[in-house]
Every structure is written in structure tokens, then in C-alpha cells.
Design a protein. Structure first.
Length: 189
């Protein structure tokens, strides 16, 4: 996808991904990939998050749509690293506040599982399965390393919205409604 991104406008390319692949099933959840990403952004916006964090919430799972590793399946036995794939696709187009939250949102799930004894029980079954593929709860060393990352607090906020963005039938803004916000955030690069 990186050569495709080099040839065009990133926002148009993302819009195309939402249109062409957004209706795909989302990791065994009852919502599509696009519904999930739009709901996550709506939750961030409802909390008054800064534009960069709303953009990260909207784009956090873009790696599912850009990754060459194929669609996730509940029968997967390995992590497809959508977090890294998504961040890589966005680097150079969006500020690090966006790309690092995208990169760290899986680590934030592992962090929360290690630091909040009630968090794991709140995860959906597909999210619990993917956690095992992603390394499970963090060790004490990993927790300390995660807390040293510049955007770890923002990634944790994003993760909580991510968990909430899985409700069937919720009406949200469309991708087109977020274009002005994405353009503003993109200009920060």
C-alpha cells in the first residue's frame, strides 16, 4: 500500500478503503470494520478529545484494511500486527500523536489487562482471543517500558474508546464528516 499512498492524497485513499473494505466483518464482532472505527472516533469526540486523538480513534484499525496479511479470523493462531501496519501506513502523513496512538493501541490493551484487574472481563470474546495472540497481559518490565512512551496515556484513552466502539445499530458521523478534521490534523505534519 505504501506505493499507492505515495501516488495520491492520503485522505482520499483512506476514504476509498472505508468504502471498499469498511463493510468487512470486524474480528468476529457484530459490527463492521468501518462501523467500529467510526464509533470509536465518535466516542473520542463525545469526550472532547483533541483532534489528533479523534483522528487516531478513527484510524486506529486502518491496519486491518492496509495489511497484506489478510483478514483476521477467530481461528488465527498468530497476531497479524495490524497496529504496526496501520501506523506504518500513516507515518509521514499524520503527526506522531496520531501514528503512535495507532501503533500503541494493542499495547494499551495488554497494559490495561496487566494493571486493571477488572479490565479483561470487560473485553469481548474476540478481543480476549486476540489478546492471547498479541502476547497477553504485559510483564512488569513491559509496563515500565510502555509508561516511558510519549503517547501512552493517549493510547490508553484510545483503547477504552476502542472497546466501546462495538455496538450494533449506533448511528455515527460518516467518514466524509471527519474529512475536515483529518485535513486539519494532517496539516500538523
Amino acid at each position: 500500500m505504501s506505493s499507492e499512498l505515495d501516488r495520491g492524497n492520503i485522505i482520499e485513499l483512506i476514504a476509498n478503503l472505508f468504502e471498499t473494505r469498511g463493510a468487512e466483518a470486524y474480528l468476529g464482532e457484530a459490527v463492521t470494520v468501518a462501523e467500529h472505527m467510526l464509533q470509536t472516533a465518535a466516542l473520542a469526540q463525545a469526550e472532547g478529545a483533541p483532534d489528533t486523538l479523534v483522528a487516531a480513534a478513527l484510524l486506529h484499525d486502518i491496519g486491518h484494511l492496509t495489511s497484506e496479511l489478510g483478514e483476521y479470523s477467530p481461528e488465527d493462531t498468530r497476531d497479524r500486527r495490524h497496529d504496526a501496519a496501520g501506523a506504518q501506513a500513516l507515518v509521514g502523513y499524520f503527526p506522531s500523536a496520531v501514528t503512535e496512538c495507532v501503533r500503541q493501541h494493542v499495547a494499551a490493551k495488554r497494559y490495561l489487562c496487566a494493571t486493571d484487574p477488572t479490565y479483561y472481563g470487560k473485553l469481548s470474546e474476540p478481543s480476549q482471543h486476540s489478546l492471547t495472540l498479541q502476547g497477553g497481559p504485559m510483564s512488569d518490565t513491559e509496563i515500565a517500558q510502555f509508561r516511558d512512551l510519549e503517547f501512552y496515556r493517549e493510547a490508553v484513552r484510545l483503547r477504552l474508546w476502542d472497546d466501546g466502539g462495538k455496538t450494533v445499530g449506533i448511528r455515527t458521523l460518516t467518514f466524509d464528516d471527519f474529512r475536515p478534521l483529518l485535513k486539519r490534523v494532517k496539516e500538523e505534519v
